[in-house]
Design a protein around this ligand. Structure first.
Ligand SMILES: Cc1cc2nc3c(=O)[nH]c(=O)nc-3n(C[C@H](O)[C@H](O)[C@H](O)COP(=O)(O)OP(=O)(O)OC[C@H]3O[C@@H](n4cnc5c(N)ncnc54)[C@H](O)[C@@H]3O)c2cc1C
Length: 299
């Protein structure tokens, strides 16, 4: 059973279905990049709409026999020995192995208007959106360890960057030296609101001194939180790094809870679409090998 049908979960489903395993994917249908119009750095599918990409993935998984149902899994119970059970819409499904491919939540700083801009004019990743905003005026919201790193990455794409030191405690002397070396000015202000025109296009940010800065694009780091409640409910614990919390896995996608594998953003906060899909393929292949070994052991 694969819980989550984004790039990671669908890739796991394809690998398992092609190995003639019986596969059920349960997907709530809210992939992290749903608001983006194009997915970039996706080899062979460059610039495809993220939702179209997943529709193709679903067709490929179904082609090999995977079943995909819509819904959110709230409770996952069981163990490797007893088998795992999920109940959804009053129907129970059991599985010998689970792939958790539930992705992550991007927690934004609580600035009015920011959530509306997120994924379109408020962006986080130079590889996902950088080319599209090349040479534009970019405002980087300084809120944590990632922000000066983002300024550094986007400096390869535009020379017109301003760093707004929104959370001044987050910027170390070393960060300041990096920004200075890159010629990026630091504005000692906080952002009160993100503002739009009547068409919903980002126009400006309002600072605490009531100054307005024109803006087409705001670069913002999120605090990333793996959607891992199901894992924790089985006794799994999460790992933390400066980007956020996630499930630790070995190189084959196995977690510390026997029988539970994980793939994609739930276990790798930095994974882009191709890396998420690759980890899904690996987890699917690992489960297939694991099942062959356990079938042999019972002979
Ligand atoms: C705005 C934005 C733009 C991006 N652009 C790019 C880009 O251009 N190129 C690129 O390579 N990467 C891009 N990314 C990163 C990309 O979104 C991720 O790499 C990718 O979504 C990770 O895939 P995933 O399968 O791990 O998670 P997701 O795609 O988030 O899929 C997880 C799925 O699991 C479902 N789910 C969660 N919990 C449950 C549950 N309990 N029960 C059932 N289903 C559940 C979710 O609803 C979702 O459908 C972007 C990210 C953002 C935020």
């Amino acid at each position: 059973m694969v819980i989550g049908g984004g790039s990671a979960g669908l890739a796991a489903a394809v690998a398992l279905s092609r190995s003639r395993r019986t596969v059920l994917v349960i997907d709530e249908g809210n992939p992290r990049n749903a608001k983006a119009l194009h997915a970039h750095n996706v080899l062979g599918q460059e610039g495809t709409n993220p939702l179209d990409l997943l529709e193709r993935g679903r067709q490929e998984a179904r082609h090999y026999g995977a079943r995909i149902i819509a819904g959110k899994v709230d409770v996952l119970s069981g163990s490797l020995d007893a088998g795992f059970t999920v109940t959804i819409a009053e129907r129970s499904y059991t599985a010998e192995r689970i792939v958790l491919a539930t992705g992550l939540i991007d927690n934004l700083p609580p600035i009015p208007g920011l959530a509306q801009a997120w994924g379109e004019s408020a962006i986080h990743c130079a590889y996902c959106h950088g080319w599209e905003v090349r040479d534009q005026e970019l405002l980087v919201l300084g809120i944590g360890a990632m922000s000066s790193h983002q300024a550094m990455m986007f400096s390869q794409l535009s020379s017109k960057i301003t760093f707004i030191n929104h959370d001044s405690s987050a910027l170390t002397q070393e960060n300041r030296a990096t920004l200075e070396a890159l010629g990026i000015p630091v504005l000692e202000q906080s952002v009160k609101a993100v503002e739009f025109n009547d068409q919903g296009t980002l126009t400006s940010v309002l600072l605490t001194d009531n100054q307005r800065l024109n803006a087409q694009t705001l670069v913002v780091a999120t605090q990333m939180q793996a959607q891992a409640a199901l894992y924790e409910s089985l006794g799994g614990s999460l790992t933390e790094n400066p980007l956020g919390t996630f499930i630790s896995v070995n190189e084959m996608g196995a977690t510390d809870v026997a029988g539970i594998y994980a793939a994609g953003n739930v276990c790798n906060l930095g994974a882009m679409v191709m890396a998420a899909a690759a980890s899904g393929t690996i987890a699917g292949a690992a489960i297939n090998a694991d099942l062959i070994s356990s079938q042999l052991a019972t002979k």
